[in-house]
Design a protein around this ligand. Structure first.
Ligand code: HDE
Length: 695
């Protein structure tokens, strides 16, 4: 049959296994213009004589500079800074009883995915470790079309209605008059807005918690946030909430560490993801859903259409669906990571929406933003956005049309063309026929009115260190607000969430007894803690995927070095060597070691745990380096496990850190690192924290 309309097929798009098919031609080795003309000289512009004027005639110069002038496109209005990778999703078994979505039927099928993580407030060039929500977007290239699950690493949101989104974002982004602060919420306009928007209280608890400063994208949970529907072949609909759980466990930074990493390595998270994939340590997440019927939902004491509420796992446990593995870095950051266009409206048969008003607003917003950002309704033709299943319709023309649709007919119905495209009533997308009726109103449902109970639930479910950090987060951020009335208002809200928390924050601010009195719209509940909400209560004791920093010098003990590498390898952790200079060093047995970092470029905040082991001959040289002293001080203040050899004792004295301060200080006697590795699996020594900071 002749090819009709703009029909594309899996064979002319990337199959997700290597990206070869959508790469630009690499040419034949000659540098050419965009018209294929070979360039003889790429160093000099055409000019009249060696020192004479340059000629407008130089089409090679003009083509190159014009293309350069147009290289930038508008950055995303939110989630501008992101990083992505390719991979696959595989379900564990058929979930046909829940949904007819084809990618959830056959465990032998690997569905290609593209996954982008992001911060929300900062510009494309901001730093990775800002306190912020992280975006967690996944595009599934299914054989029924593309499905985008555009979620966050926090399961609730600040607002209940999309009409407030521009206000929220204007409040958090740099102030329009002065153009700062960048990539942070610690300023007056953000706290003024949220303190006047009580529905944001639950999300504020999460954003002030360690969730907002993840250790790694690989160690971060993800959530679909809204309630969605799943629909099976019988047309039965259930409500679902999506959850991603990282195989490595969920870990975070300490706030002081996040601030310092922002300067030491602004690309901390993207480098971490890129390197892990390059080293074939492929990150993995489990996708689960909480499934509940509309009937069940109507009995919950909160409204499942309200995106500021979560469904506690104690109420509805998770049903695992399958796993996602990211196993391929992008070939080109701009072409793929920048140009990928996620839209919550990209769903496949078997998945449908709920009436969550925030979700409904998003269904409009994302398509619209892609048109302005990517500049054309043909953005689906960009390789990273293109479905990998056949697709065809009568949409035509537009900027940057890449396809060459065949045939005379571009309308449906038609009787002119026998092979023309037809609807598919059996398999085509069908919306769930939910019955809707009611008056047209601008009104917030009463069932959305409780803004404090789940904020309280979250706080009560935290471990002590997590509670300390939440109080510290509020203290830091509100302390940055110049306007006292914002602080007293927020203290009033915190009183409604948890009196103990409000008091701690008031002490941090030196504002005891100054909280405004804020009357909740409805009585605040007394929820039982939900242990599933705590990161640390369920954190695995493991070094897998983590980084050990070995601070050493020329003459390092070869036995210790080798043993540390071996132990780390067994735990699937990596060791990076830091020395005062970057040149090759010699171990005690004469082996050459190429350090990964030089000391002033690699503070201890870049590592999960550290070992300090200078050679005897170079120990005093290391002790005279302020960066080495700070290395220990910071590792101690960031609650890290610190291994050391006796040769480092002078350095510890200078850092005023006692080598027997707590169980997190481990001497590596006889070149044996086993005990250190064992202790380091705890990740941090939480009991040390009250000694090193009040908040
Ligand atoms: Fe987004 N959001 N959002 N958002 N969002 C965008 O779309 C928007 C919301 C999320 O990696 C934009 O392509 C509105 C919730 C992620 O490319 C824009 C509302 C959640 C990403 C947009 C929300 C998200 C975006 C900007 C309130 C968690 C990054 C660029 C109704 C469930 C996607 C773009 C990527 C991006 C609008 C609220 C997640 C403007 C109007 C809730 C992960 O369309």
């Amino acid at each position: 049959m002749a090819k009709k309309a703009n029909r594309s097929s899996a064979t002319d798009s990337n199959t997700g296994n290597g990206g070869e098919l959508h790469q630009t031609s690499q040419g034949d080795g000659r540098l050419t213009t965009n018209q294929g003309v070979a360039v003889s000289d790429d160093q000099n512009t055409l000019a009249v004589g060696p020192r004479g004027p340059q000629l407008l005639e130089d089409f090679i110069l003009r083509e190159k500079i014009t293309h350069f002038d147009h290289e930038r496109i508008p950055e995303r209005v939110v989630h501008a800074r992101g990083y992505a990778a390719h991979g696959y999703f595989q379900c564990y078994e058929s979930h046909g009883h829940l949904t007819k979505a084809s990618f959830l039927q056959d465990p032998s099928v690997k569905t290609p995915v593209f996954c982008r993580f992001s911060t929300v407030a900062g510009s494309e060039g901001s730093h990775d470790t800002a306190r912020d929500v992280r975006g967690f977007s996944v595009k599934f290239y299914t054989d029924q079309g593309n499905y985008d699950l555009v979620g966050n690493n926090i399961p609730v949101f600040f607002i209940q209605d999309a009409i407030k989104f521009p206000d929220l974002i204007h409040a958090v982004k740099p102030a329009p008059d002065r153009g700062f602060p960048q990539a942070q919420s610690a300023h007056d306009s953000f706290w003024d807005f949220v303190s006047l928007t009580p529905e944001s209280m639950h999300m504020l608890m999460w954003i002030m918690s360690d969730r907002a400063i993840p250790r790694s994208f690989r160690m971060m949970e993800g959530f679909g946030v809204h309630t969605f529907r799943m629909i099976n072949t019988e047309g039965q609909s259930n409500f679902v909430k999506f959850h991603w759980r990282p195989k490595l466990g969920t870990f975070s930074l300490i706030w002081d560490e996040a601030v310092k990493i922002g300067g030491a390595d602004p690309d901390f998270h993207r480098r971490d993801l890129f390197n892990a994939i390059a080293m074939k340590q492929y990150p993995e997440w489990e996708l689960s859903v909480q499934v509940f019927s509309e009937d069940q939902a109507s009995k919950f004491d909160f409204d499942v259409l309200d995106p500021t509420k979560l469904v506690p796992e104690e109420l509805v446990p998770l049903t695992p669906l399958g796993k996602m593995v990211l196993d391929r870095n992008v070939d080109n950051f701009f072409s793929e990571t920048e140009q990928v266009a996620f839209c919550p409206s990209h769903v496949v048969p078997g998945i449908d929406f709920s009436n969550d008003p925030l979700l409904q607003g998003r269904l409009f917003s994302y398509l619209d933003t892609q048109l302005s950002r990517l500049g054309s309704p043909n953005f689906h033709q960009i390789p990273v956005n293109k479905p990998k299943c056949p697709f065809a319709n009568f949409q035509r023309d537009g900027h940057m049309q890449m396809d060459i649709p065949q045939g005379r007919v571009a309308n449906e119905p038609n009787s002119l063309d026998d092979g023309t495209l037809r609807e598919d009533p059996r398999n085509g997308f069908q919306s769930h026929p939910a019955e809707e009726a009611g008056a047209k109103l601008r009104i917030r449902p009463e069932s959305f009115a409780d803004h404090y109970t789940q904020a309280r639930l979250f706080y009560k479910s935290m471990t002590e260190p997590e509670k300390r950090h939440i109080a510290g987060g509020f203290g830091f951020e509100l302390g940055k607000c110049e306007n006292a009335k914002i602080r007293t208002r927020m203290l009033g809200h915190l009183q409604n969430v948890d009196k103990g928390l409000a008091d701690k924050v008031a002490v941090a601010l030196g504002m005891q007894g100054q909280a405004d009195s804020i009357q909740p719209a409805v009585k605040v509940g007394q929820p039982e803690p939900s242990p599933a909400l705590s990161q640390y209560a369920k954190a695995p004791k493991s070094l897998t995927g983590k980084k050990i920093g070995l601070l050493t010098t020329d003459g390092v003990d070869a036995k210790l070095y080798k043993a540390l590498l071996k132990e780390a390898k067994a735990e699937k952790a990596i060791v990076e060597v830091i020395t005062p200079t970057i040149g090759t060093i010699q171990a005690s047995n004469g082996d050459e070691i190429k350090p990964d970092h030089f000391l002033s470029g690699a503070p201890s905040c870049l590592f999960d745990c550290v070992v300090i082991a200078p050679s005897e001959a170079n120990a005093s040289m290391l002790s005279s380096e302020a960066a080495a002293v700070d290395f220990i001080r910071d590792a101690f203040a960031h609650l890290k496990v610190i291994g050391f050899t006796e040769t480092a004792s002078d350095l510890f004295q200078r850092a005023s850190v006692a080598t027997d301060a707590d169980e997190g200080l481990v001497e590596l006697s006889d070149g044996k690192p086993q005990k250190f590795v064992d202790v380091a699996k705890q990740h941090r020594i939480w009991d040390r924290e009250p000694q090193v900071r009040s908040f």
